[in-house]
Design a protein around this ligand. Structure first.
Ligand code: CTP
Length: 401
């Protein structure tokens, strides 16, 4: 029995070149047990023939607002009621614009307005279109209204250029669908704030101090927590890895921006996990590029950043706080000291000198420490580690309820 067994997924296809990928997406969803119906725009049907989707899904493709021989005169309402989830992949700038402004001039945009179920939009377009302020504003608006936005990814685009605008990875879209449809889970009703990735502290306009963190650990935690039903806010620094698209993400650059984003979202959270490798130091702002000659690099004025986790520890209340520590010596004692100093419930500590535990690796090993126990974690995939951490948090929550 597939993970999406019996779920009704309405797949909206609009006229991006990536439309051909929706065929594979439909196949993946069906293979996982879902029943898929496709609604497409007429332009999309010029790129991929509806017959292909009909063959793949075993269901009629819906396209026209006023078909001559109507099976169902209120097709858009019928489709909207039928759907457990409405997934529009690929979504063009045109569709996104219509969705954001309430224009309903074809079956897919009309269905968007009538649907009650969760909606996921996976944009695909030229990178300049994607970056256009109007598209960005529309995306923000849709996000605010609770629409899940997945991607876009970065890479080669159909127009021959490369950049941000590719349809997100199909696995990512699939995971988002699973994440949303598999609620409720062990973390349903819980709000979790997670930080991930590095921060950058600029020395001048073209150079910065950072670390090799990729955000992978925090992204795993965020993706799994969400698929376990939690409402997740993910605050992450700059990284080449795509965060899980179905999680609400806030991208920041500096430690100061991270502090603001985390502290602003903290009051609502039941659990806060600081997996980010926040810079301990920052520098005063310098305009332009420092020349090698004329200014002494050794006189860079490093100043401590705000310790976000310590700040959260001071206003802890009933929240559960989790920290990460990287220690090259006295791992357990140092981690315990950090846990007490920052008023934490749990800390994961690793030694980056051990094989498979360097920054950015897909694996990690170390100790998961609470006031009561020290659990040795052998080398494992970060996804597995995320599951262990979250499982432990579910146990702690069940005891505090
Ligand atoms: N952290 C934070 N804000 C900072 C620095 C770190 O919230 N400015 C968080 C990290 O996200 C991590 C934990 O604190 O969860 C680890 O902090 P770390 O830098 O190891 O601890 P420090 O108190 O700075 O101690 P050390 O002297 O070992 O650097």
């Amino acid at each position: 029995m597939g993970i999406l067994y019996g779920r009704h997924i309405l797949l909206g296809v609009t006229a991006s070149v990536a439309a051909y990928k929706s065929c594979e997406l439909a196949r993946m969803l069906i293979k996982a047990g879902a029943v898929v119906r496709v609604v497409m725009t007429e332009h999309a049907a010029e790129l991929v023939r509806p017959l292909l989707f009909e063959t793949l899904t075993g269901n009629k493709v819906f396209m026209e607002m006023f078909p001559e021989m109507r099976d169902d005169p209120m097709e858009h309402i019928g489709l909207a009621d039928w759907a457990d989830l409405f997934l529009i992949a690929p979504a063009t700038a045109n569709f996104i614009g219509k969705a954001a402004s309430g224009v309903a001039d074809d079956l897919i945009s009309t269905t968007f307005l009538t649907v009650d179920s969760p909606v996921i939009i996976a944009p695909a377009m030229n990178s300049r279109m994607w970056q256009d302020p109007s598209v960005q504003a529309n995306i923000e608006l849709l996000q605010e209204r609770g629409v899940g936005i997945i991607g876009p990814g970065t890479g080669e685009l159909a127009c021959g250029t490369s950049g941000e605008g590719r349809l997100a990875n199909l696995d990512t879209i699939f995971d988002a669908v699973v994440g949303i449809l598999n609620k409720p889970g062990p973390l349903s009703g819980r709000k979790i704030l997670i930080s991930a990735g590095p921060t950058r502290e600029f020395i001048d306009e073209v150079r910065f101090i950072s670390n090799p963190s990729t955000g992978r650990m925090g992204f795993m935690l965020a993706g799994i927590a969400s698929s376990w039903g939690a409402e997740v806010v993910l605050v992450h620094g700059p990284t080449h890895i795509e965060p899980p698209g179905f999680v609400r993400s806030i991208e920041v650059i500096s430690a100061e921006e991270m502090a603001t984003a985390v502290l602003n979202n903290a009051p609502d959270a039941d659990i806060i996990i600081m997996a980010a490798a926040v810079s301990d130091w920052t520098l005063p702002r310098i305009d332009g590029k420092i020349k090698k000659k004329g200014r002494d690099f050794q006189k860079l004025e490093l100043r401590p950043t705000k310790d976000i986790l310590a700040e959260l520890g001071k206003q802890k209340g009933t929240k559960i706080l989790v920290g990460f520590a990287v220690e090259t010596e006295n791992m357990i004692e140092n981690a315990r000291e950090k846990m007490n100093r920052k008023n934490l419930d749990m800390i994961f500590v690793n030694n980056p000198r051990e094989a498979g535990t360097t920054f950015g690796a897909a694996t990690n090993a170390g100790y998961l420490i609470t006031s009561r126990e020290e659990r040795k974690i052998p080398l494992m995939d970060k996804g597995e580690l995320a599951r262990i951490i979250l499982k432990r948090l579910v146990d702690i929550l069940s005891k505090t309820d």
